[in-house]
Design a protein around this ligand. Structure first.
Ligand SMILES: Cc1ncc(COP(=O)(O)O)c(C=O)c1O
Length: 446
């Protein structure tokens, strides 16, 4: 279905994708990198459509935000209902029912102790991370944060100080938030300690020694406010850490009195087959940062922390004008209800496994496929060049542009991997079809 032609005073403005892209280039900052040259007119389920009505499998899902697919009728109705009732009043001014319900619901999804925790709602994942750091510093009275090389926590100046997935994000930006020290995330495919490609169960464990070294030489344990970690490194390459990783971080926090902050912005809300990815490890963090899917496609971020931590924050310590906007909360609440009622976490596990099987099987005849890894519907297909080396990022970006032309929207993670993070409603038949589209394109390139 084509969109109605946009006009001002009856004069047609732009009617084609090409026109929209040309107008965009005129007025929008070039700072935004575009993975594809597609202008999106509308979305439905796992598909996006351009202004010519061409259909695309959306394997980006708004960068892992549209967990129940585009324009789910229940989410659309929830948004419309709330928009008719109260669009915004601001939490600083008084109390808003959707804010309360969102806080109640988010904590109810978390493991014991956090399920009695308290929430604070913001507008984005980065803001959630910065809020978590603020809370950790405020309640511990300590200043230092341990974060990870290969970790991603956002681009605003505070969150960026913790982001360690690419120096490109920091270029010309010296003078970020101080007090963040980085240690290597266990990246067993590209071990920082030179141990060659391995699987997480064969991990050399040197990351553990590096943390200890950091605590011995750089960050006194008495100054450590928090360890900030993604349970699976997202932007850094969908890196699944070894099983003892999160338990070890928990133990270090318990020993030093630091707080464990889990950044579940990308891994959260069912994508890995659990509400939150920490559940796979049994580790309970002190603070969880959330974003992306929790707003059902509208801007919403959150932190949930143990109540005794949150209760040490004094009125006025934190907040934001739009944080916990009622329309975003309603969209998120409906999204959570749909994930639960439609069994989408089980679907993510089933369909994610099938998607990975397609790429694993194709490795035998497609040498461009290096590693295939993931959990649930977080799937990375790492590509290699003719010499078996990681595909150069520029070439990966060309592959992604080509896939766009073949009707598949994807992004990247890590320097050389295709990132497949579709809506959790993707069916097995759709997984088969989209895998074929991607594999056909890769075969052509091989
Ligand atoms: C793990 C993680 N944390 C934080 C962020 C930042 O979220 P936002 O872009 O909503 O600020 C992202 C975004 O990709 C993310 O993946």
């Amino acid at each position: 279905m084509l969109q109605p032609m946009p006009s001002v005073n009856g004069e047609l403005l732009a009617v084609s994708s090409e026109d929209w892209i040309a107008r965009d280039r005129e007025v929008v900052s070039p700072a935004i990198y575009r993975y594809t040259e597609i202008a999106f007119a509308r979305g439905e389920g796992v598909f996006l459509y351009d202004f010519e009505g061409r259909r695309y499998y959306d394997m980006a899902a708004g960068i892992a935000t549209m967990n129940v697919g585009h324009c789910h009728p229940r989410v659309v109705n929830a948004i419309a209902d709330q928009a008719r009732t109260l669009i915004h009043a601001a939490a600083h001014v008084g109390y808003m029912a959707p804010y309360v319900e969102m806080a109640e619901t988010l904590r109810s999804l978390l493991p014991p102790s956090l399920d009695r925790g308290k929430a604070l709602l913001v507008n984005s994942g980065s803001e959630a991370v910065e809020s978590a750091i603020k809370l950790a510093r405020a309640v511990t009275g300590r200043s230092m944060v341990l974060a990870f090389i290969d970790g991603f926590h956002g681009r605003p100046m505070g969150a960026l100080a913790a982001t360690g997935s690419s120096s490109g994000y920091r270029r010309h930006l010296a003078g970020l938030l101080t007090g963040v020290e980085h240690v290597p995330y266990p990246n067993c495919g590209r071990c920082a300690f030179g141990h060659g490609p391995r699987t997480p169960d064969q991990c050399c464990g040197q990351w553990r020694n590096f943390i200890q070294l950091t605590l011995d030489k750089l960050v006194h344990p008495d100054d450590l406010a928090a360890i900030l970690v993604e349970p699976i490194a997202g932007e850094g390459g969908y890196l699944i850490p070894p099983d003892d990783f999160l338990p070890t971080l928990r133990a270090i926090c318990d020993r030093t009195g630091a707080l464990l902050i889990a950044d579940e912005v990308q891994t959260g809300l069912g994508r890995t087959g659990k509400w939150f990815a920490v559940e796979h490890s049994g580790v309970v963090p002190d603070i969880v940062a959330m974003g992306k899917a929790i707003g059902g496609g509208l801007p919403l971020g959150a932190i949930v922390a143990r109540a005794e931590l949150m209760d040490q924050w004094w009125p006025g310590a934190h907040g934001s004008t739009f944080g916990g906007n009622p329309v975003a909360c309603r969209a998120g609440l409906e999204t959570i209800a749909i994930i639960r009622e439609e069994g989408l976490m089980d679907n993510a596990v089933r369909v994610g496994r099938r998607l990975m099987q397609h790429f694993q099987a194709a490795r035998a005849h497609l040498p461009i496929i290096g590693d295939v890894r993931g959990r649930g519907l977080m799937v990375a297909v790492d590509l290699v060049d003719e010499g078996g080396q990681p595909l150069a990022t520029d070439r990966l970006k060309q592959v992604i542009k080509l896939l766009g032309k073949r009707g598949v929207v994807v992004t990247k993670c890590g320097p050389s991997a295709l990132r497949l993070a579709p809506a959790l409603i993707l069916t097995e038949a759709q997984a088969d079809e989209v895998a074929t589209l991607i594999l056909d394109a890769l075969a052509e390139l091989s």
